[in-house]
Design a protein around this ligand. Sequence first.
Ligand code: B16
Ligand code: MG
Length: 216
Amino acid sequence: NTKAFIFDLDGVIVDTAKYHFLAWKKIADSLGFEFTHQNNELLKGVSRVRSLDIILELGKVKAPQEDKNRWLIQKNEDYLSYLVDMDESEILPGVMPILNYLKEKKQLIALGSASKNARPILEKTGTLSYFDAIVDGNDVSNAKPDPEVFLLAAKLLNTKPEDSIVFEDSVAGVQAANIGGMTSVGIGEAATLHEAKYLFKDFTQMDKTFIDNLIK
Ligand code: B16
Ligand code: MG
């Protein structure tokens, strides 16, 4: 059977969360408040605009829209500067074997990411050609946990939600998959991703039998 396998990007295929963190931290530093790794967890899977609002709430900063726009540009320019040297060595462990196995089994593969920088990241890591459809932050208006991003990906692959499997590292993303009627597979810790139907610490823990059972 052919199924649609939809991958989130940040935290699933690559660990870009560390770069988002560094770039947001610079904004917080310049505004004079602390931004911790724990705070950064709140931003996973969340859009850029919403992320800034969350950060400003943390720092109890109120600012006019023009300041916010400036910080959004600054943050993204800084974030992009960390991506300049990105290559396939930044692909998370176990991801390539699963992508290759899905290809071997003639399954459909899509990207479902909140990021507006998804395409250059796929290009730099050499994974772009694996994807039959790409849906990212430029294509949707409703952020996860709204299922729009995954529903659009399934639609582009001509696949029903119930025949779609979503790999996600964020709580909002797991919820989006569940709300969309898809099979959610959490990649990360049980403490945060307990709503996922299946859970793996990372892709090295996922074996071929798991995929075989999904496509039976
Ligand atoms: P950008 P994902 C999300 O990507 C990240 O998890 C989140 O931290 C980030 O704010 C968001 O993309 C927007 O990214 O600023 O590049 O548009 O996890 O949905 O692949
Ligand atoms: Mg993610």
